[in-house]
Design a binder for this molecule. Structure first.
Ligand code: ZN
Length: 134
């Protein structure tokens, strides 16, 4: 296991243990995460957790081909409520912690707590399907 990945996980555990009211919004059924990979990369980890009033979305992306290289572009994130309304859209930039094994991670804080039955779609940016956020 690469050291930065270890740090990432430790950071996560510290967040989890430091807070009495942590909810994993995916495992408790509040949010369904849909992963849409691209031709060049795929999502190897994604989670959405609530820490008190803060909702944190985090994930790790890896290039399909092995070896060095940057994960390009960004993740196009959208949150859709049970009734079909898109309540939140954002382009999420990567933190390129290592080019050695072609991995990057992303982490953002949402300004609202998703309602039960929400769908969180994480699409690795694809020029052919990207919709500009207006
Ligand atoms: Zn995009």
């Amino acid at each position: 296991m690469k050291i930065y990945k270890y740090i990432f996980i430790v950071f996560y555990l510290v967040l989890l243990s430091g807070c009495a009211t942590t909810r994993d919004l995916e495992s408790d059924g509040t949010v369904t995460i849909q992963r849409v990979d691209s031709k060049s990369a795929y999502i190897i980890f994604a989670s959405i957790k609530q820490f008190d009033k803060e909702v944190v979305l985090a994930g790790v992306v890896k290039l399909r081909r092995s070896g060095r290289g940057n994960v390009r572009d960004h993740v196009d994130m959208s949150l859709t409520a049970l009734n079909g309304d898109v309540v939140y859209m954002q382009e999420v930039s990567y933190h390129r912690l290592s080019t050695k094994n072609g991995e990057a991670n992303f982490r953002i804080t949402l300004n609202k707590v998703p309602q039960y039955g929400s769908i969180l779609q994480l699409s690795l940016h694809d020029r052919s399907t990207h919709a500009e956020v207006t």
